[in-house]
Design a protein around this ligand. Structure first.
Ligand code: SAH
Length: 476
């Protein structure tokens, strides 16, 4: 380790920045954020620094650098473009024992600035020891996306409660366990979802329970998470984080192995998979399972294909949790229509072809397709997306044509969209079912009907649907 990472307290400390250009200005901003009293020494100031001077946020010494200028300062930054001046500043500051940073000259520095992720009061500092500041910044942006913006609030809550917890749980190991469980539990999600008041109440309750272990009644937390259409990279950052924290993952058949592998290896995985005609576990039982797992104090992820609220029965599961007083959250996912359309190069709306889009199920509570009134969907300016429509498609097609839809309207079916097994078959409303059957298309498959399907041959970018291109060109 080339440098010792420390966090310096510069609250109200007099700090000197030498140089009045843009680079100096950036450093001034960093140390102002840490509460320093900043003096800028330079014959002239950049417009940004002038603005700070105007707002009385900095003091200006309009002068050239001399060694005397360092007197009384606790920290010095040299941001001039003159090597000789920088060398003099560094040597003088070091001889006086004042920490000094010369911008972009690691050899002249007694300290360097790391790349920062600011989730105040949490600060993450990344350094390559001066080897490559750009690499540190690249790494920073990767980490930025992993740490939710509101994470700092969790630290704020912990800070406020620290003394109280110390008094309530005097034994150190017991206290550490309390903090570990509390900071990783459902409380975290309440804070990250902006439910600060509920979080404070939940914290009080947890502390109460921790003080009286005999009467402890733990409540878990259920996250209803959309896993997206298949490609694991289409998970949201939030879904990924929650998945990695789960004790139990209750999932559907549609959720791919690639996504399930992202959970902790020791997390329990329960498949409640529902093939359309093979209900492995009735909905009632799934609802009850979620409640009982949460009652055991587990962090439960109910993982559903696509989005939980699009033909996913998410609403029914949430109703039960609500009735039973189990805390929960909902994490949206990319629904099959959005994912498949993008990966098949079929824009669902287009200024020239479609001003609206409808998502319809081919399989309602009452059974296959026919109960739906198809009249509103024959409009040529609209795209129609049918979920769970493969089996019922002949009936749907006939109803649409009966209601006035053009039999030659372009239509496509996408099997296992967004995965490496994706296949796209293109035809017309009239011909699609036969073509799909000939190609052996199976569920999960999504049907898109509308003029926008014409764009598929032009916009195909993912995988290869070449097998079916000849069909398409004869048809469209
Ligand atoms: N909640 C899910 C939909 C569940 S209904 C979502 O928002 O996507 C199940 C139907 O979704 C399937 O029958 C199929 O029509 C469609 N579907 C889901 N994933 C799919 C995929 N990867 N490729 C094609 N269709 C898919």
């Amino acid at each position: 380790m080339k440098y010792l990472p420390v966090f310096l307290n510069v609250q109200d400390a007099p700090c000197l920045v030498i140089g009045g250009g843009d680079i100096a200005q950036r450093k001034v901003h960093s140390i102002l954020r840490a509460g320093a009293h900043v003096t800028v020494l330079s014959p002239d100031l950049s417009p940004g620094l002038q603005a700070l001077l105007h707002q009385k946020k900095i003091i200006w010494q309009k002068a050239l650098f001399t060694v005397e200028a360092l007197k009384g300062f606790k920290l010095v930054i040299s941001a001039t473009n003159q090597r000789k001046v920088n060398e003099l500043v560094a040597a003088s500051a070091m001889s006086l024992g004042i920490p000094v940073n010369v911008v972009d000259c690691p050899d002249l520095c007694s300290f360097i600035f790391p790349a920062l992720i600011d989730r105040s009061p949490i600060i993450l500092a990344i350094s390559t020891g001066g080897a490559s500041p750009i690499l540190a910044r690249v790494l920073r942006s990767r980490l930025e996306s992993l740490i939710p913006n509101r994470y700092g609030r969790l630290a704020g809550l912990a800070e406020r409660a620290r003394d109280r917890v110390k008094k309530a749980i005097p034994e150190a190991t017991h206290r550490r366990r309390f903090w570990e469980e509390t900071l990783q539990g459902g409380l975290q999600d309440l804070i990250l979802n902006g439910q600060d008041q509920q979080a404070e109440r939940e914290f009080d309750r947890l502390l109460d329970v921790a003080c009286k272990p005999s009467s402890a009644k733990t409540t878990g937390f259920v996250s209803l998470v959309g896993a997206g259409p298949g490609d694991p990279e289409l998970l949201t950052l939030k879904a990924l984080r929650i998945l990695q924290e789960a004790d139990v993952i209750v999932h559907d058949r549609l959720v791919s192995d690639g996504i399930l592998r992202l959970g902790r290896t020791d997390a329990e995985r329960i498949d409640v998979g529902k093939a359309m005609s093979r209900h492995t576990l009735p909905q009632e039982d799934i609802n009850r399972l979620l409640v009982s797992l949460a009652r055991k104090g587990q962090r439960v992820v109910r993982l559903k294909g696509g989005d939980p609220f699009i033909f996913g029965r998410g609403g029914e599961e949430i109703e039960t949790l609500m009735e039973e007083g189990i805390p929960f959250q909902i994490v949206p996912g990319i629904t099959a229509a959005i994912g498949c359309a993008a990966y098949a190069g079929i824009p669902l709306t287009h200024r020239d072809y479609a001003q609206s889009v409808s998502f319809v199920t081919g399989h309602s509570r009452e059974g296959l397709g026919c109960q739906i009134d198809w009249k509103p969907f024959v409009n040529t300016q609209q795209t129609l997306v049918i979920y769970m429509g493969l089996q019922a498609f002949p009936a749907i097609r006939d109803s649409l044509i009966r209601e006035g839809a053009d039999p030659h309207r372009p239509a496509a079916i996408i099997e296992e969209g967004t995965t490496s097994s994706q296949r796209v078959v293109v035809g017309s409303l009239e011909s699609l079912y036969e073509k799909a059957t000939a190609a052996g298309i199976k569920s999960p498959a999504l049907i898109i009907i509308g003029e926008v399907v014409r764009l598929h041959s032009k916009l195909t970018w993912f995988g290869s649907s070449k097998v079916h291109e000849s069909m398409e060109s004869t048809e469209l």
